[in-house]
Design a protein around this ligand. Structure first.
Ligand code: ADP
Ligand code: MG
Length: 264
């Protein structure tokens, strides 16, 4: 997956903004005139089978960036390629296909279907892929067991703790069988102990299955624990990227240095 020079502005006058860009306007300068520039400039390549972490403070543009990867936030300018396909400008039916078959998302607040049982939530991705009932239930049962929720198949999400609900979210993403997982602050709402358990489980499953994961967090310790590589984002830009060790030992600027000062 490769992302190059992406720019995302929120505002109603997108077309005019793009016209100005083509005529040489600077991205920053469009912000006040046309809306909020959430991502000003980001480029990176995610290797197959790695956990790529995007870390930054709240408001730095992380969620906007991850949602550009699957077209949930249409990119104003730049290029996003997934499995060789350009996502920017992809027609909606093809975008849906990409999200359904190739990338799953795990959200901070779980986004489970409240009136569906655990098993039906886990099977949801398979259902929209058109997998038959018995096969999807079998797959869902397997994943429910893998995340430690055997016995909870017929419960509703509201009967589960936050940590358990996110295990359902994780099981759902793995059950869908997509190569790529996009995780936006997936563990940020969890208590520290549960959070660490989930991080460990994620790494275990990811290593076993060779999934490619883009993981967003504002937490440096989480980034260091999970990331094969980390991109640090600030005010809509990626200001450094490298291995956890690169970031710790050789912070590119004062901003990153300040961030890493507090690592455990
Ligand atoms: P993060 O996930 O790092 O907290 P976001 O990507 O959510 O950052 O937001 C980056 C910036 O874009 C923020 O200033 C936010 O207010 C703005 N923003 C996000 N979504 C929208 C939207 N739908 N409309 C307008 N501005 C938005
Ligand atoms: Mg966010």
């Amino acid at each position: 997956m490769s992302v190059s020079n992406v720019f995302k502005i929120f505002g109603r006058r997108q077309k005019e903004a793009v016209k100005r860009l083509r005529n040489g306007a600077k991205r920053e300068d469009l912000t006040t005139a046309f809306g909020t520039a959430a991502v000003i400039d980001a480029s990176f390549e995610v290797q197959k089978g790695e956990i790529f972490v995007v870390m930054g403070l709240s408001g730095s543009g992380k969620s906007t960036l991850i949602r550009m990867l699957n077209g949930l936030n249409p990119t104003t300018e730049g290029s996003v390629k997934v499995f060789g396909t350009e996502v920017v400008g992809l027609p909606i039916p093809e975008l849906r296909e990409l999200r359904r078959d190739r990338m799953s998302m795990v959200f901070q607040h779980f986004a489970l279907l409240p009136h569906r049982t655990v098993i039906d939530n886990v099977a949801y991705g398979l259902e929209i892929q058109g997998v038959g009932l018995s096969e999807r239930q079998e797959t869902a049962r397997h994943w429910i067991e893998r995340v430690g929720l055997a016995g909870w198949e017929d419960s509703l999400p509201g009967e589960l703790s936050g940590g358990m609900q996110q295990r359902v979210g994780l099981a759902r993403a793995f059950a869908a069988g997509t190569d790529i997982l996009l995780m936006d602050e997936a563990f940020s709402a969890l208590d520290p102990l549960i959070r660490r358990e989930m991080q460990e489980q994620l790494v275990e499953l990811q290593r076993e299955l060779g999934k490619t994961i883009v993981f967003i967090t504002h937490d440096l310790n989480e980034a260091m624990f999970l990331g094969d590589r980390i991109a640090v984002m600030r005010d809509g830009r990626i200001v450094q990227q490298g291995t956890p060790n690169d970031i710790l030992t050789d912070p590119a600027n004062d901003y990153v240095a300040q961030f890493v000062q507090d690592v455990d």
